[in-house]
Design a protein around this ligand. Sequence first.
Ligand code: PEP
Ligand code: MN
Length: 365
Amino acid sequence: MSFAQKIKNGNRPFTVAGPCSAESEEQVLKICKQIATNESVQLLRAGIWKPRTRPNSFEGLGAIALPWLVRAGKENNLPVTTEVANKKHVELALAAGVDVLWIGARTTVNPFAVQEIADAVKGIDIPVMIKNPVNPDLQLWLGAFERFENVGITDLTAIHRGFSVYNHPRYRNVPSWEIPIALNENRPDLPIICDPSHITGNRGLLLEVSQKAMDLNFDGLMIETHPNPNEAWSDAAQQVTADGLKSILDQLVLRSKEVSREVEIVLEELRSDVKLLDDQLFDLLGARMKLSEDVGRLKRENNITILQQEHWTKVIAERIASRGDYRLTQNFVRQFMDAIHLESIRHQTKVMNPETGSKENGKKS
Ligand code: PEP
Ligand code: MN
C-alpha cells in the first residue's frame, strides 16, 4: 500500500509531529522519543533547511542535521520527513535515508522550483507531500501535483497550511477552507493533512483549527512539537510540548463520515427544505436584478453614472446594522451585498452601454 493510501485508509488523524527546526541531535532525539509514544503520531518531522521570509533569522542547520532525524526515526520505528526546496536538498535527504519529502509553501509558488524537485526524484519510489502555495491559488497547488505525476511520482499527499495575508488579527496564515475543499473536489484521490501550526502561529488556537479540519474530513494533522517551545529557534509561539500535542489529540472529537439510513432520511428532508428556500432566494435575486435594469434605464435616460457612492454606503451601513435579525455575521453581510452590488452593476452596465456592456457580462455559470 502506498504511503498516501495508508493516510487515507488509516485511523484519523494521521499525525505528523516534530520540531519546526532541528536544533541539535539531543533536541531531535528527545522530542521524537516523547511524541512517538502517542499512537496517532505516524510520521516524524524536522526542518533541516528553513526558508525564512527575512534573512538573518535562523535558516536551519542544513545537512549536518539529517542523520539526527533519520536516527530518531530508526530509534522510534517511525518514518521521517523533511522539507526540500531544491535538487541538492533532495539528493542529500535521499542519501541520508529520509522516508518522505515535503515541499514547502514558499516552494509550491514557484513552478521552476517544483519542476526541479520533481525531476530530481524521477524514477525514485518516494512519497511526497505538497503544501499549498503561500498565495491562495488552487491552480498552482494542483499544478505542483501534476508536475510530480508527469514524472511518474504518484504517492502524493496535500498539506493545507493556510495563505499569507497582511496583518490578520487572528491567523498567521488564513485558512480559506474553501481552497482545500476545492482541491478535494478536483482531486478526491489525494489525502489531505491540515497544518494548524502555520495557520494559527499560536499554540492557543491549535485545538480549534484541528477540530475544524477533522469536521471537514481532513485525513491528518501536522503539528510542530518541541521539548521547550518557548526556546525554539523558529516558530516558538506555535510549537507545543509532547504533552501539549497529546492534550490536543485527546480532546479532538472525531465524527464519522458515514451516514446511517435513518439519519439520511431526516437529512434529506432538511436538505429539501433548504433547497426550497434557495430556490426562493434565487427567484428573488432574479427579480432584484430586473429592478436593477429598470434603475439602469432611468440612469441612462437622465445621463447619470451607475455608481452613486453615497447611496450605496448608506445601503451597506443599514444592512449591516440590521444583520442581527438574520443570524448573519458582519463579514458575510458585507461579502453578500458586495456580490449583489457587482452583479447589479453588471446588469445596469448592460442596459446603459448595450454596445460595450455586453463584453463585461462575465462568465455564465
Ligand atoms: C514548516 O513546516 O516548518 C514550514 C516552513 O512550513 P511552510 O512551508 O508551511 O511555511
Ligand atoms: Mn515552522
